[in-house]
Design a protein around this ligand. Structure first.
Ligand SMILES: NC(=O)c1ccc[n+]([C@@H]2O[C@H](COP(=O)([O-])OP(=O)(O)OC[C@H]3O[C@@H](n4cnc5c(N)ncnc54)[C@H](OP(=O)(O)O)[C@@H]3O)[C@@H](O)[C@H]2O)c1
Length: 255
């Protein structure tokens, strides 16, 4: 599909991968809308890129998602691209009571329910458009081989991966394309707990993921596994149990 003259909503566009995508889409000549929970972060993004349109929204809340949809489609009726990028990651240990599983920052509602519900809201609108439309779901290499310290996060990404496959099949004969971008470790604010433990921050720049996303769209490459995440996808085909143990050993060694 074309990567210019689109109107794009990026959830979680105020930092990390979302902000890098916002910048790349703006540079390519698109109208870009971003949302996030913290107004201060949205304002920082707008200061950097004044062309951005911003909206405070918590995608884990049903009413916020509905409001976001109303705002985006009323103010920007030509909207034709939704990027489900907002995500959180939590370390949850079921041996010690799974603290944080259902507190106010809920991974399942944010990473999975939020993305699926936004698809449900935007697809009917997209089907009415005459131009090509797209949904971009941001998953993770951890969708293929899970990391045990972030078990719910990995489950949400694996679910969003299979959801993307089914949705793509359902929409195949329409004007709506479904893309999946699965990044490897990226240097962002996502790994707050690891940072708090002073674990070294590895990973690629969010700009690399943004670049891969625009390339994927321009080539109609519906599933894009970025960088080292390819190793995890391949490993899941060959020997998932072995590579799960290996990944967890390597991750533990870095602590
Ligand atoms: N970093 C990695 O290594 C990595 C690897 C693979 C995949 N990913 C995926 O990439 C996506 C972006 O993550 P990132 O690494 O760029 O992390 P990040 O820097 O922490 O950015 C996350 C963005 O999502 C927003 N957000 C979080 N919860 C939200 C909610 N409930 N409602 C609305 N916005 C929300 C944040 O803003 P507020 O906090 O202000 O809401 C922020 O703008 C996520 O889906 C993540 O799972 C990341």
């Amino acid at each position: 599909m074309q990567i210019t003259n689109n109107t794009i909503l990026i959830t979680g566009g105020s930092s990390g991968i979302g902000l890098a995508m916002a910048e790349a889409f703006l540079k390519a000549g698109n109208e870009v809308l971003i949302c996030g929970r913290r107004e201060s972060k949205l304002n920082e993004a707008k200061e950097k890129f004044p062309q951005l349109h911003t909206k405070v929204c918590d995608v884990s809340e049903k009413t916020d998602r509905e409001e976001l949809f109303q705002w985006a489609t009323t103010e920007f009726p030509g909207i034709n691209l939704l990027v489900n990028n907002a995500g959180i990651q939590k370390e949850i240990n079921f041996l010690t009571g799974a603290a944080g599983l259902l507190d106010e920052e809920n991974e399942i509602e944010t990473n999975l329910t939020g993305s699926i519900h936004l698809c449900a809201l935007f697809i009917p609108q997209f089907l009415k458009q005459e131009k090509e439309c797209a949904i971009v779901n941001v998953t993770s290499g951890l969708a293929f081989i899970p990391l045990k310290i972030v078990p719910v996060y990995c489950a949400t990404k694996a679910a969003l991966h299979t959801f993307s496959i089914s949705l793509r099949s359902q929409l195949t004969k329409t004007n709506v394309r479904v893309f999946e971008i699965a990044p490897p470790i990226v240097k962002t604010e996502l790994h707050r707990e690891a940072k708090a433990r002073k674990q070294s921050q590895r990973g690629i720049s969010p700009d690399v993921v943004a670049d891969a996303t625009l390339k994927a769209l321009s080539r109609d490459q519906y599933e894009t596994i970025v960088g080292q995440a390819k190793v995890l996808k391949g490993a899941a085909r060959i020997a998932p149990g072995f590579f799960h143990r290996l990944l967890n050993k390597v991750a533990a060694g870095k602590d």
